[in-house]
Design a protein around this ligand. Structure first.
Ligand SMILES: [Zn+2]
Length: 340
């Protein structure tokens, strides 16, 4: 096997994407188009104007740009267009399977009906089969909203149970521990939904939050969660239980001085199911293959390590064992062909 990782190699490598916020895929072009379509004044006229606003140095300043952008999303067609634009990019990155995060509260709180959001997104996931992308939806609760709001959101979401595969937790983690939503997670699990939660990097109580998520709420994956390396006991636990960790190098580089490459490599070596993902690609300047490549470049990862990260993405995805084996075989034949 050749040891040089090229952009072509990372782009063509079959992979699953498990940490992707659909609203974080809103590119300046589409934002302007939707603003025009819906007569929403976003205060910017050109792509350059919009790009200038995509400037932030930490999570709070990022969220301050991120949420107001949602106003351009109004109709089912808008949500369809947003998801479709991402899915065509996913196909170009040879993402074979994707589990997409969406946050109903970011839209219902500004008067957009739940059904408008889910019907638009879901229709795009169905149409993605034509792109050879197997796409699913994970409903996230905004953790800086109340428990009561999460309860109502879950109630609404369960009306569309067949369109959702799991629940997650995202947005501002400061003083919003996973346990705040223990009840909703229990109810979601009882309805047969999978569980994951964000444990963002370098939070005030990172380890405590990771512990709650793993030991009390029994989530199947941690989104980010790389601070776990500070506690070898918890690393052993995720390796043993094969809990997925969905890491996002480029977004890490925006909100901290590092891509958290050392942590990613150490978790990979410990046998944890860590994977590479794009988080909010329109805002962090790179889709999933760019994330693989940036990490490989900066930390001189071998082709074997990159392949292992891609295998981990399928192994920690919410598909059957049989489907996993098919995708893993696809990776092996890709690598064999590429090395010829
Ligand atoms: Zn995220």
């Amino acid at each position: 096997m050749s040891s040089i990782v090229t952009p072509e190699f990372t782009r063509g490598l079959p992979k699953a994407e498990l940490h992707l916020h659909i609203k974080g895929t809103l590119e300046p072009e589409l934002k302007l188009k939707l603003a025009k379509r819906n007569n929403v004044d976003i205060g910017q006229e050109t792509i350059e104007d919009v790009q200038k606003t995509y400037d932030y140095h930490d999570l709070a300043s990022f969220l301050a740009v991120y949420y107001p952008a949602m106003n351009v999303l109004q109709t089912e067609e808008d949500f369809y267009d947003l998801a479709w634009a991402y899915l065509t990019k996913a196909a170009a990155n040879n993402v074979r399977h994707v589990e997409i995060f969406f946050d109903p509260q970011a839209h219902t709180s500004r008067g957009i009906p739940f059904e408008t959001v889910i019907n638009g997104l879901y229709r795009a996931t169905v149409d993605a089969r034509a792109l050879n992308v197997d796409a699913h939806l994970i409903m996230c609760f905004l953790r800086d909203f109340s428990k009561e709001s999460a309860r109502l959101t879950l109630q609404e979401g369960l009306k569309y149970r067949d369109k959702i595969i799991g629940v997650g937790l995202d947005s501002d983690e400061h003083n919003n521990p996973p346990l705040k939503f223990a009840r909703q997670f229990e109810d979601a699990a009882a309805a047969g939904l999978h569980l994951t939660t964000h444990c963002d990097i370098d939070q005030k109580d990172s380890i405590e939050h990771i512990r709650q998520a793993l030991e009390i709420m029994e989530v199947e994956r941690l989104d980010h969660g790389t601070n776990i390396v500070e506690d070898p006991d918890l690393v052993e636990l995720v390796a043993k239980r094969q809990i997925g960790l969905t890491s996002c190098p480029l977004s890490n580089g925006f909100v901290s001085p590092e891509m958290k490459g050392e942590e990613i490599i150490s978790l990979l070596k410990a046998g944890a199911k860590i994977s590479i993902n794009s988080d909010d690609p329109a805002y962090f300047k790179g889709y999933i293959s760019d994330n693989y490549y940036a990490l490989a470049q900066k930390y001189q990862l071998s082709q074997e390590q990159i392949v292992q990260l891609a295998k981990n993405s399928f192994e920690s995805s919410w598909i059957s064992q049989k489907q996993k084996e098919l995708y893993l075989a696809e990776i092996d034949s890709y690598v064999a062909k590429f090395s010829k």
